[in-house]
Design a protein around this ligand. Sequence first.
Ligand SMILES: [Zn+2]
Length: 285
Amino acid sequence: MRRMTREPTNDEAIEEVAALLARSEHVVALAGAGMSKESGIPTFRGEGGLYSSQGTEPPMNQYETFAVDPARWWQRRLEEPAGAFANSIDSAQPNPGHYALAELESLGIMTHLITQNVDDLHRRAGQRSLTEIHGNRHWLRCTTCGMRWPRAEFPIDPEQLPPLCATKDCDGIVKSDTVMFGEAIPAYALRRCAEATWLADCFLTVGTSAVVYPAAGFPADAARRGVPLIEVNPEQTPLTHLATHVVRLPSGEALPKIVQAVRRHLALRRTDSASGASESRDERA
Ligand SMILES: [Zn+2]
């Protein structure tokens, strides 16, 4: 392990991170609420969080309430006006951090993104290989076979509640795709995250406080296997001690700079391999 006499500045860290990413082929990222917050979506906990400002905790038996009487749950869902969290999601737009992660994917560097966010912003920014480990607020899911549909494509008849699965030979009960308190994360989502993590040659955490498990377990597993771990977060997290590189900036500020530097590394490498390394090196400055 390298010992430095001082911490690298954010600009130095961004350069090192970009060089590392540019030579990686299976980068897996874990994104958390910090990314959504930069798009104006309030976090649940912490300063200004929904729970903190209301002085309440969410009901921990949400899923039990649903499972006991899904028709009643749906009835309430259709009748009640949307809360502050729902309204902020519906008006939110992807920010430069979301677009930068999607770009890392299209550059062939990032192979999978695990997100704890339910707001659909990664998908809207163009991310393709994505596990929404806590579900997606704009989607629905069958509790039996796990099939998912965008809510807009699944008509719900208020006279026929709860809605039932549209897959052939399955009449499972359909719920919101968002994983409720007390509900298990779907097994296929966990499996996909574990497989991606196993293949990772570099792991990137972005805007996550890394306290919610099992999500925080994936970067920890990778790091313990010796995979370089990059943390992009304004504050320290419980994963910081495992990180090989740390950028202490908001994701919307750090990620576009990182991607810009990655592009420079890739262009340089292309020039090197096309015309021999010697003269093109000088163009870098
Ligand atoms: Zn089904």
